[in-house]
Design a protein around this ligand. Structure first.
Ligand code: FAD
Length: 393
């Protein structure tokens, strides 16, 4: 998704663009089956002071929605993450993300005015369940900050919440209130990326070199002058790295450290149940969301910090379905034979900020590290990096 939106912004600025991906099809990495939320008002930095009391429970596996493994990389990243939990840093990070999200919303509107794309896009609104009085109090403070920066977001008590999302009455999960953001939308990120790629190929002459793994950068002195893929050297005036969790290794080969770790999440996509929610519904307590996409219900979530380990996927997907079924039995048809189960690695930075723009190596640019927010932020970061390439700055 990040690569395709970058190609869009570069092509519109008049550049000749080639997208290179080791996968055979567009958006088959983390952009394939995410939670489908364009959550412009809910881009809070993961690192907050409120997170710290949760940490022991997370580390010792007491939260069903998270698993943590330990290695040197994880410990270093974790210490950076804890440093980002200071109130001042956390608020600054959230404000920056709100600004990016606002820009993204406007850029996506512009894009959709120019190109008709079919991706189950909908003005759904978003409700985030607040389990107790303490979470309501915290949410009120956070909403105050967001409203100062233009977000259309409210804290509703349980009664008002039921008026905007009546199916909350069917849920077993306790809630004292919800955060409600009317302006947040939903859409299938994979369908969007594939449709945009097809448009770029046919109308803008963008080339797609699929099934092509980049092994190294092609250098001209110190300048990055292209990439090397197997026996092939592909020359370029500028290279933009949009490789998600693959970015760190490749960019690291030039001595540039990217603090990006993989954080695994999962989804299933089921037929609709008897009473599917209209808004996208997020459970903070259980770390997952329900998003209706046309006639399908996407249930996505969990945050597993266990490197690139996928050995536990089957068990985690069963956990996800079980938690969802207990929480909202009427939201989806859990008896459907096919779960369309999926797992993806979020490219997570300790401060929840993507790494975007020029690097210290001439010719090398970044648009990566979008963590939990790649779909929401992609149009904005693509535009920033395309401007940097165009201006060489
Ligand atoms: C469960 C889950 C739910 C999520 N929900 C949401 C949501 O609701 N809203 C939201 O905004 N975000 C969400 N996200 C986050 C979002 O999906 C990611 O931030 C986003 O997909 C990252 O996109 P990307 O293009 O940077 O990475 P990817 O989609 O992973 O793309 C990277 C590409 O690089 C290619 N690649 C890697 N290395 C190489 C190499 N050496 N050579 C060539 N190609 C290479 C890969 O094949 C891949 O296609 C969610 C993530 C998960 C896991």
């Amino acid at each position: 998704m990040t690569g395709v939106t970058t190609a869009w912004s570069l092509a519109r600025a008049g550049h000749e663009v080639t997208v290179i991906d080791k996968a055979d099809t567009i958006a088959s990495g983390t952009s394939y089956a995410n939670a489908a939320q364009l959550s412009y008002s809910f881009v809070d930095s993961l690192a907050t002071p409120d997170f710290l009391p949760e940490l022991p429970g997370l580390l010792f596996g007491r939260h069903a929605g998270a698993r943590v493994g330990f290695d040197a990389e994880m410990v270093t990243w974790g210490l950076q993450f804890v440093a980002e939990c200071r109130r001042s840093r956390s608020d600054r990070a959230t404000i920056r993300l709100l600004e990016l999200a606002d820009s993204s919303a406007r850029l996506l509107d512009t894009l959709l005015d120019e190109v008709a794309l079919d991706f189950d896009y909908r003005d759904a609104g978003k409700t985030v369940l607040l389990p107790d009085a303490e979470s309501v109090r915290r949410a009120e403070k956070q909403v105050e900050l967001k409203r100062r920066y233009g977000s259309d977001v409210d804290v509703l008590d349980a009664r008002a919440a039921l008026a905007v999302e009546p199916t909350l009455a069917d849920m077993s999960e306790r809630f004292e209130g919800v955060v409600y953001s009317a302006a947040d939308t939903v859409g299938d990120a994979c369908a969007f990326s594939r449709a945009l790629a097809a448009h770029l190929e046919s109308d803008h002459g963008v080339r797609f070199a699929m099934g092509t793994e980049v092994d190294a950068f092609h250098l001209d002195g110190l300048r990055v002058a292209g990439v090397i893929a197997g026996a092939e050297t592909i020359p370029a005036d500028a290279v933009v790295v949009c490789l998600g969790t693959g970015s760190r290794k490749l960019v690291g080969s030039l001595g540039i450290h990217l603090p990006i770790i993989p954080v695994r999440g999962y989804s299933v996509t089921l037929p609709l149940g008897a009473r599917p929610p209209v808004t996208s519904v997020t459970s903070l307590e259980n770390h997952f969301v329900f998003t209706r996409l046309g006639e399908r219900m996407r249930i996505a979530g969990f945050t597993d910090f266990r490197g690139f380990d996928t050995s536990n996927d089957d068990a985690r997907i069963r956990d996800l379905v079980k938690t969802a079924r207990n929480s909202a039995p009427l939201a989806a048809d859990y008896e459907a034979g096919e779960w369309n189960a999926w797992g993806g690695f979020r490219p997570m930075t300790p401060d929840s900020q993507p790494r975007v723009g020029k690097t210290r190596r001439e010719g090398l640019y970044l648009n990566t590290g979008h963590g939990m927010l790649g779909w929401t932020l992609a149009p904005a970061t693509a535009s920033i990096v395309a401007d940097a390439v165009t201006n060489g700055a």
